[in-house]
Design a binder for this molecule. Structure first.
Ligand code: ARG
Length: 470
């Protein structure tokens, strides 16, 4: 009872016009420091550069600057070494650092926020932070792609049934299938590069919403902070979170790629398929069934992907009704995007370990290439090469398939006599069109599954991945 009637101290950083402080609940409800303290490195970096520019603009003098810089460096170490006293009542990372700076650097510290608002500060911090995290994810993506390349190289000519509708469709090579995963991730890589390009714009100098009257050199400030461009409209700059949405979207797409890859790994490692043996270090056992070895890591990546999608949905709905300019709702953005970043980073790395350790069961993959009438399309192609129109060839082969199935046979098991009952165009040379080991070699156009073509793609991927900066 006493607590609720007691008048709270007002926040010293914005409390001038307030008679009493926020209630306990309002204070804890609005505090974001638990989440946004992750921004401390970039927040301090931003403040150091901003102080330098204030000195250039003659808002502060050399002595102020040196005190501010020393203070900020001290705070940086305190936080890094876990000696910093985070106070939830000070709302966020920005005010925690600023108020500690006031303790260390006194009056000089109180000049640092001149012409700056937390609105342009947080937008700047978040962009800097996310650009660093994008670089990390780019690196992890590249290393996952290298794992895939290595497996693809080892298995470039290994026969594998290709599926549509999860039904055996046409023979491919395992290398070709793995290089499909590689392609998915290459698009993810370039999507992240694009995302970063649009993120690389500095809002600082927009102040609360209308810009600043102080003569700060924004271009120089941007250069110091490593931004390529500066924002052109202060109102847009403090209220824009497109860069968070785009990143969340790029991470969701990565998520669904990883999830789909994991789904295949889960199916392939089942005893029914028996295409893969996973390494023990990414599987778990059952507490009751002693024989079990379950692909839990792949399942958790598949399951956890929902978070990246949920986070994107959360962010989109967070932003959809906000009028210009800054609204406190936007503080909620960080928990979503940080969660997506952590999950993506971990699952990309983990999938790399799964793929490094997986042992394909080459024999079983090959066996399945002699099921499911897998070369039926090749037989139709054969008839086309003998001048039969494709639709007609499709019909003829359909009948051959039905006849084979009625005898519980594969079409390659039918004799030439049987085949000729359906078309006199069929001759001895048809055998080359019925053997998956031979037919895969015919898909040698760019993008096809011919082992020679797959090898080419692997080699060019190896070269291009070496040229990547990250
Ligand atoms: N913690 C806030 C956020 O992340 C910082 C900006 C606060 N600005 C304000 N006008 N209250 O959005």
């Amino acid at each position: 009872k006493l607590m609720t009637t007691m008048k709270k101290k007002v926040n010293p950083l914005w409390g001038g016009r307030f008679k009493i402080g926020a209630s306990d609940l309002a204070q804890s409800f609005s505090s974001s420091v638990d989440v946004d303290k992750n921004l401390f490195e970039v927040d301090i970096k931003g403040s150091v550069a901003y102080a330098e520019i204030l000195k250039e603009a003659k808002v502060i003098n050399a002595k102020d600057l040196s005190k501010i810089k020393k203070g900020l460096n001290k705070i940086l170490l305190e936080i890094r070494e876990d000696r910093f006293n985070w106070d939830p009542a000070l709302e966020d990372v920005h005010m925690n650092i600023e108020s500690r700076l006031a303790e260390i650097a006194g009056a000089s510290a109180k000049k640092l926020h001149t012409g700056r608002s937390r609105n342009d500060q947080v937008a700047t911090d978040l962009r800097l932070f996310l650009m660093i995290r994008i670089d990390e994810i780019l690196q992890t993506t590249t290393s996952l792609q290298k794992s895939i390349l290595e497996q693809a190289d080892k298995n470039y000519d290994v026969l594998l049934p290709g599926f549509t509708h999860l039904q055996i469709a046409q023979p491919v090579t395992l290398g070709h299938h793995l290089m499909a995963w590689y392609e998915m991730l290459s698009r993810d890589y370039s999507r992240l590069i694009d995302t970063k390009k649009r993120m690389d714009v500095m809002p600082l100098g927009s102040a609360a919403l209308s810009g600043t009257r102080f003569n700060i050199d924004r271009k120089f400030l941007a250069k110091k902070l490593g931004f390529s461009e500066i924002s052109r409209n202060s109102m847009d700059a403090v209220s824009d979170r497109d860069f968070v949405l785009e990143l969340a979207s790029s991470l969701s797409i990565i998520g669904i790629h990883l999830s789909r890859i994991c789904e295949e790994i889960i199916i392939w490692s089942s005893k029914q398929f028996d295409y893969l043996e996973l390494s023990d270090d990414v599987c778990t056992g059952s507490s009751i069934m002693p024989q079990k070895k379950n692909p839990d890591m792949a399942e958790l990546i598949r399951g956890g992907t929902s978070k990246t999608i949920a986070n994107l949905m959360g962010l989109l709905s967070l932003m959809k009704n906000l009028p210009l300019t800054y609204n406190r709702d936007m503080q909620e953005d960080k928990a979503y995007i940080f969660d997506s970043l952590d999950f993506s980073e971990n699952s990309l790395a983990l999938l790399g370990i799964v793929i490094d350790g997986m042992k394909p069961n080459v024999e079983k993959m090959k066996q399945d290439c002699f099921k499911g009438q897998i070369t039926a399309t090749d037989l139709a192609d054969y008839l086309v090469e003998k001048n039969m129109p494709f639709r007609q060839a499709h019909e003829v082969v359909g009948k051959i398939v039905a006849s084979a199935e009625s005898k519980d046979k594969q079409i390659y098991e039918l004799g030439i006599k049987d085949l000729r009952k359906f078309s006199k165009l069929i001759e001895e040379d048809v055998s080359a069109y019925l053997d998956p080991e031979i037919t895969i070699k015919s898909r040698k156009q760019t993008g096809g599954t011919a082992p020679s073509q797959v090898k080419k793609e692997i080699n060019s991927a190896k070269k291009s991945i070496l040229k990547r900066a990250l």
